[in-house]
Design a protein around this ligand. Structure first.
Ligand code: ASN
Ligand code: ZN
Length: 321
């Protein structure tokens, strides 16, 4: 497995043209080994000063705090999917170090990417639990970094909902990759296990059935639409970025299940190609994005099954291509 991984990273380095580093010490390796992830996890100790105190660095042993270890592992899983599936070295394609802070603030019920690093709250235990419990949420935040360095979709309205959706897509793909699940086996939930026991719900969002993740006295009902007929016009939430993301989320789910097999392979590749093609504008609408996925599918796979499935998936959610 180690040899296979060396071959794999050396091959990825070849494709990306990155400098190779050789391991110093005995015995001399048969081939150069590229640097893996460069992870650092910090602890904010319930304050809001970032990044906080360094508690685990790359290659370091697990620590006693499971939250730290989950963040570290989640960063590693995201790095690995990007590299093995797409030959993309870290979130910027050039080996950017990955930093995360845990235990941010007191009873903080969210996680976010601040433009430079990931930040995770512990939740208040009443509505939300520790935000590192779901690997797809860790990957979601990291994918905001990937988007920033690729299509850089503006965080408002439709481009903002696409930005959110891309984070959910790669978040779910990292979870599926970690569990080695096919599109049919996957739960397509974002943040499963994150809702406190008293909340009536299963997750933050569902890509398979947007609008059904929770229905609760405190949280209300999951507001996500699954198709354009139910598109929500609102000024809240940056123009509904976490709401209307249900539409492109569902299109991706439909595509992946229609194609079958591992979702990160063909469906994920088409989304990855769309984000990195350089053809997507920062203010892309759903239709602009959908058209680019059709172009990307045809460019990589020709005018066959994949191309047809992409057109069909968007049409099922009411987005024109
Ligand atoms: N967890 C949220 C997100 O990643 C935080 C936010 O709304 N910026 O989208
Ligand atoms: Zn997000």
């Amino acid at each position: 497995a180690a040899a296979a991984r060396r071959t794999l990273v050396a091959d990825a380095a070849h494709r990306t043209g990155r400098r190779l580093t050789t391991v110093v010490g005995a015995p001399a390796p048969a081939q150069a080994v590229e640097e893996g992830p460069q992870r650092t996890v910090y602890d904010a100790r319930h304050r809001t000063v970032l990044p906080g105190t360094k508690v685990r660095s790359e290659g370091g042993e697990p620590v006693r705090d499971a939250t730290v270890n989950r963040a570290y592992a989640g960063l590693g899983a995201t790095f690995e999917l990007l590299l093995t599936a797409y030959g993309h070295d870290s979130i910027d394609g050039s080996g950017l170090p990955l930093d995360a802070t845990v235990h941010y603030d007191e009873n903080y019920g969210n996680a976010f990417w601040n433009g430079e690093q990931m930040v995770f709250g512990d939740g208040d235990g009443e509505i939300f639990l520790d935000f590192t419990v779901a690997v797809d949420v860790i990957a979601h935040e990291l994918a905001h970094g990937f988007t920033q360095y690729s299509a850089n979709l503006t965080y408002f309205g439709q481009p903002g909902a696409l930005n959110e959706s891309v984070s959910d897509v790669f978040g779910s793909l990292v979870k599926q990759y970690t569990l080695d699940q096919t599109a049919d086996e996957a739960d397509w939930l974002i943040g499963a296990g994150l809702l406190a026991p008293r909340v009536s719900g299963v997750a933050l969002r569902s890509m398979k059935a947007p609008g059904t993740a929770y229905d609760d006295d405190v949280l209300g009902k999951d507001p996500q639409p699954a198709a354009m007929d139910d598109y929500v016009r609102t000024g809240r939430d940056n123009g509904g970025v976490h709401i209307n993301s249900g539409i492109p989320n569902h299109a991706f789910h439909l595509l992946a299940t229609q194609l079958g097999g591992k979702a990160w392979e063909r469906a994920g590749q088409i989304w990855y190609d769309t984000m990195t093609s350089g053809n997507l504008q920062v203010d892309a609408s759903f239709t602009d994005f959908a058209k680019e996925t059709v172009t990307a599918a045809a460019a990589r796979y020709g005018q066959g099954t994949e191309h047809e499935a992409v057109v069909k998936a968007w049409s099922q959610v009411g987005v024109a291509t």
